[in-house]
Design a protein around this ligand. Structure first.
Ligand code: AMP
Ligand code: ZN
Ligand code: FE
Ligand code: FE
Length: 282
């Protein structure tokens, strides 16, 4: 069984539509793929319609944007939650709309130095999609200011850049509680991805664990090896499940479907814990 529990479509910052993500998963030889767009479940129905015909099982999921008390960005994967749960829906809606305002503000500052307009950014966004820096990166690539998204993130758009603006996102422990309340299974995404910026301290891990965190994403290309060892020992100590995933974004990132995988046991545990929605099987 080849299981990849983290992939994005163009309802957030991936480049393929949800059905094409499933087709790419089938082409990559995956048996199971989770669709985990940022702060939205709007890709679920299209993905669920495509999955059975392509022989792939779909785990409906989401990646919730959070911000720790130290102001550090945290991503929380949610699997199999009820997408209509009011509490969770209220928080992701708030974060999603804050992302829009924040992108507009970033473009306004960028426009002081680059020939960049809001229209140039919107061109790269599927209507209704969760907006992120990757869409601003696409506009910078189109105008020749960066080679690709990675290049734009390495220079103009890094969290250390003068153009960077943070946005509202819920506290990670609150997000864990809301995912659980919605019948979902909360898993901390790429917890030690130091290349992206500062990573959270032990206190945030423990706040999330106390709130009911179910697992940690250990095998992810952005987690350095020392960090993975730390995560494995944390998982042993607190009986957390361990996942491995690609964080596929289509052509938006070099990450390839199936480059990291999750065990069938871990998926079985996720399904046992979940009560919000079910895996869509062929
Ligand atoms: P934002 O949430 O708008 O601050 O942007 C962060 C998002 O950009 C993350 O969800 C990543 O998927 C994506 N991202 C981060 N670093 C890179 C990179 N080097 N190349 C492409 N996409 C990236
Ligand atoms: Zn992303
Ligand atoms: Fe992430
Ligand atoms: Fe992701």
């Amino acid at each position: 069984m080849r299981i990849d529990l983290h992939a994005h479509s163009n309802v957030s910052d991936g480049t393929e539509n949800p059905a094409d993500v499933i087709a790419s998963a089938a082409a990559a030889g995956l048996d199971v793929v989770a669709l985990t767009d940022h702060d939205t479940t709007s890709g679920w129905s299209e993905a669920a319609a495509a999955a059975p015909g392509l022989g792939v099982a779909l785990v409906p999921g989401m990646e919730v944007s959070c911000k720790s008390s130290e102001g550090i960005s945290v991503h929380l994967l949610s699997y199999l939650h009820d997408p209509t749960h009011p509490g969770l829906l209220a928080e992701i809606t708030k974060a999603k709309s804050a992302r829009l305002t924040r992108a507009e503000s970033m473009v306004a500052i960028l426009a002081e130095d680059y020939e960049l307009s809001w229209e140039d950014v919107i061109m790269h966004v599927t209507p209704g999609a969760t907006l992120g820096r990757p869409h601003i990166a696409d506009a910078l690539v189109s105008m020749g200011a960066a080679r690709d998204r990675s290049d734009a993130f390495a220079s103009i758009l890094t969290s250390r850049s003068r153009y960077f603006i943070p946005h509202y996102a819920p506290d990670p422990a609150l997000a864990v509680e809301l995912v659980l309340a919605a019948g979902g299974v909360p898993v901390f995404a790429h917890p030690v991805a130091s290349a992206r910026g500062r990573v959270v301290g032990l206190e945030t891990f423990h706040d999330m664990i106390d709130a009911g965190l179910a697992g940690v994403e250990v095998d992810h290309r952005d987690n350095p090896e020392e960090g993975r060892e730390f995560l494995r020992s944390l998982a042993r100590k607190h009986d957390l499940l361990i996942t491995g995933s690609s964080d596929y974004h289509g052509t938006g990132k070099p990450n390839l479907l199936g480059e990291n995988v999750t065990s069938a046991d871990a998926l079985a545990r996720i399904e046992d814990l979940a009560s919000g929605t079910a895996v869509v099987r062929p």
